[in-house]
Design a protein around this ligand. Structure first.
Ligand code: GLN
Ligand code: ZN
Length: 782
């Protein structure tokens, strides 16, 4: 019998119940007990749903108040010293580690949230030096985890009873529970060292006994299978880390529990041998991302081992092609027999909860989709088909076949003119007419900008008035004409402010944009929006990615009216503002029926028309934001070049048709450019603005070694902080920058958009920025 299991379920709740409860708790509007009640209810609901769908094994421990890596840190007692005495009386999720004394007790609830966000309810601002732990992206997803901090003297101990108490809850519901743990090597890999430099792999020896203890404890609780997540096996690993897998799992073998080693997000490739031969009972592989790895895994898998095949895509929202999945499963079954399990490719954390709550999408469209709840059913259906034959699931197969057929042929998806245009694109259409050096002269003649021009990144404060107007418009309380009028007033206000401040290149302020991807997605064909398609980004924060389902086309100009209006209000240069093709792709659910590069190119062509329309309307500078370019990098280095090639191509296609004297800007919210600097240069933007303030301009070093040819605006202050930078600070940073990049090629700007700030802060900061520019010009021109 093939078993159907799941690797993890979204925690947030279909109506984002966890978000609401957490935020009420943080504000002090709700106490810990009521927060815990919400968590308990969500766990029970999600377990029941999976049980009723027919899963054989149900994940436990995938629920978290904030982040599962933070839970792992707390479970293992990895709490940085700055959080002080962490053994409060109320432990994380109530469950106390049995037998724990006061001194070795559980990390308390408030410490947990201080680690996550720097403060807990009741803390006064700046009361204790408990700045939050760092947060970073979970592999190539949009989920962020809390980075574990290790010191050389790091010790480990079981410091949370959460996993055990949740297991007890699950058992009380009569579930066949499979606890989920972040494996020891992935856990160490994801962390960073603090203090004197040392190799965090050296901590493994100390860490393993604690893992062994946890497993022993789970064994006494009657657990049969434990899922050990080791997604780093899909990465390029140093040899020492590969070897450490053997050490680790040899040591954990003695628990007597069965371990399912879960890998996902990519192919095992050179780690296939390591993964197959570890002394564990089962291996899970991701066949959605890496279907080709099945053969080599089947070839290397020892004859005793269970193989779990992730055939239902846990990273996207498309309904599975059950027939194709069953073909794969049946051929594997011929080799494996009953040693074959069925699963989603990875945890369903990265998909929205339930399609049933979408009331605005039509039936045909919904027939193409599956959210987490539907994906669980797909997994169960596939296992049933495998165990009882195709006839047992004929109805489901027919529905899946119909969806596959309609996606193949639907006129809503396929626009021949879009495909043809992409295909017919000439080899030179992704190049500006003249090389940068010539464009630079033409632009300087036309634009007549001073040395060190000042500008901003695009957005100005999204005030309550702006949000109210949008809400009123969406609710039908004000007409479209009224809404547009109000947005124009906001634009006029932003233009006036910028003139008063004395900036050189102005922006319209993006008042009309709720979000930089959603705004354009709503105006493009081929994009759709869900009502409740929320996916956790970090903690209580969720995003609702647009769904790119079809060929992308632009029925009409998207920004021209706004930008032209803004330009009409001023003699200064007004910069047009667009979101780039890679960002539009990266922050959406994308099609799985054509390569991402193809979708990116279609978006680029739509943007190309928009850029030309802006130019026609008299706009002389256009910025194409690509904050997501870097995060699109594949997990394996070997795949980088290909990605960077098509990504840069798409960007250049979007701007390739403009006149030489039209100045193209781009913006990226980071500055780790060392490893991709040649691709950044290959974008051939006339001006790039980047984030450098937090690293004190050190990140500009990439630009020294490479000698980046075009103009650069290194961010001079961090817009994430309410702090207003002084003029002298900005002068100092720019003088530092001028040592690396000649002043003639430098711009002065903040490091990102200002939409989260308020006007008084913005005016003060930009005022100092403009006066710093004056000082610098005097000094440099002397
Ligand atoms: N133009 C956008 C803004 O200013 C850029 C946002 C971003 O880089 N994430 O808000
Ligand atoms: Zn930015």
């Amino acid at each position: 019998m093939s078993i159907a299991h799941n690797l993890g379920f979204p925690r947030i709740g279909v109506k984002r119940e966890l978000k609401r409860a957490l935020e009420a708790y943080w504000k002090g509007e709700q106490d810990q007990a009521s927060l815990e009640a919400v968590g308990r209810e969500l766990r029970a609901r999600h377990w029941k749903l999976q049980q009723e769908a027919g899963l054989d094994l149900i994940p436990v421990g995938d629920f978290t108040w904030y982040d599962h890596v933070l839970d792992t840190s707390v479970l293992l007692g990895v709490v940085p010293k700055r959080f002080g005495d962490v053994h409060g009386s109320t432990s994380v999720a109530g469950g106390r580690t049995p037998g724990a004394t006061a001194v070795t007790g559980d990390v308390d609830f408030k410490t947990y949230f201080r680690m996550a966000r720097g403060r807990a309810p009741g803390d006064k601002a700046g009361q204790a030096d408990t700045y939050a732990c760092e947060m970073t992206k979970w592999f190539d997803t949009n989920y962020h985890y809390i980075v574990p901090e290790f010191e050389a003297q790091q010790t480990f101990r079981v410091a949370s009873g959460k996993l055990f108490s949740e297991l007890a809850e699950a058992k009380a519901m009569g579930l066949r529970a499979k606890p989920v743990l972040v494996g020891p090597l992935t856990y160490l890999w994801l962390g960073k060292t603090k203090g004197a430099a040392f190799d965090r792999l050296t901590l493994l020896e100390r860490l393993l006994p604690v893992y062994a203890g946890i497993l022993a404890r789970l064994k006494t609780e009657g657990v049969e299978w434990v899922q050990m997540d080791e997604p780093i096996l899909a990465l390029d690993l140093p040899q020492a880390w590969k070897s450490a897998f053997e050490t680790a799992y040899n040591r954990l073998q003695s628990s007597g529990l069965k371990l399912m080693l879960a890998t996902y997000f990519g192919a095992l490739l050179d780690n296939t041998g390591v993964a197959c031969h570890l002394p564990v009972e089962g291996l899970h592989i991701d066949l959605a991302r890496a279907p080709d790895q099945l053969t080599s895994v089947l070839d290397q898998l020892p004859a005793y081992k269970i193989l779990s095949l992730g055939v239902v895509d846990g990273r996207n929202i498309w309904r599975a092609d059950l027939e194709r999945a069953l073909d794969v499963l049946e051929s594997a079954k011929a080799r494996l027999g009953a040693r074959l399990w069925v699963a989603p490719s990875c945890s369903l954390l990265h998909t929205p909860v339930d399609l049933a709550h979408e009331t605005k999408l039509d039936d045909e469209f919904k027939s193409w989709l599956a959210f987490a709840t539907q994906k669980v059913t797909e997994v169960v259906t596939l296992a049933r088909g495998l165990n009882q034959g195709r006839a047992a699931i004929s109805r489901e197969l027919a529905a899946s076949r119909a969806a596959v057929e309609s996606r193949k042929t639907s006129k809503r998806i396929h626009r021949p003119e879009v495909k043809q245009r992409a295909q017919a694109l000439g080899a030179n259409e992704d190049k500006r007419h003249a090389p940068y050096a010539q464009r630079r002269e033409l632009q300087h003649k036309l634009l007549k900008l001073p040395l060190l021009p000042t500008t901003t990144i695009g957005s100005f404060p999204q005030t309550q008035a702006i949000r109210n107007a949008r809400r009123d418009f969406k609710a039908g309380r004000i007409s479209e004409a009224e809404y547009r009028e109000r947005m124009k007033q906001e634009i006029a206000f932003a233009v006036k402010k910028q003139e008063e401040i004395g900036l050189d290149v102005l922006v319209h302020g993006e008042a009309e944009r709720n979000d930089m991807v959603e705004y354009f997605g709503e105006l493009l064909q081929g994009y759709a929006f869900s009502e409740n398609g929320w996916v956790q980004s970090y903690g209580s924060r969720c995003v609702k990615p647009p769904i790119i389902f079809g060929d992308v086309a632009r029925p009409r100009p998207m920004t021209v009216e706004w930008i032209a209006y803004a330009q009409s209000l001023t003699k200064k240069l007004m910069k047009g503002m667009l979101s780039g093709p890679i960002t539009m792709l990266q922050w959406s659910f994308v099609r799985d029926d054509q390569p991402r590069s193809q979708t990116a190119l279609q978006i680029a062509l739509a943007l190309r028309d928009e850029v030309l329309d802006l130019e026609k309307a008299g706009i002389k500078a256009v910025q194409i934001d690509e904050p997501a370019l870097r995060e699109g990098l594949p997990l394996r280095k070997a795949d980088w070049a290909d990605y960077l090639r098509w990504a840069a191509h798409a960007f250049r296609v979007s701007v390739g048709a403009v006149r030489d004297d039209t100045q193209i800007h781009t913006h990226m919210c980071y500055a780790e450019f060392n490893d991709i600097i040649d691709s950044i240069a290959a974008l051939d933007a006339d001006v790039i603005t980047i984030e450098t303030s937090r690293s004190d301009m050190e990140l500009l070093d990439a630009f020294v070694n490479f000698s980046y040819p075009n103009e650069i605006g290194p961010g001079v202050y961090d817009i994430h902080s309410p702090r207003v930078p002084t003029r002298d600070e900005i002068v100092r940073l720019m003088e530092k920058a001028a040592k690396v990049v000649p002043a003639e090629r430098l711009w002065i700007n903040p490091d990102c958009g200002l939409k989260t700030r308020d006007w008084p802060e913005v005016e003060a900061a930009l005022g100092n920025m403009v006066s710093a520019a004056k000082t610098l010009r005097e000094r440099l021109q002397r």
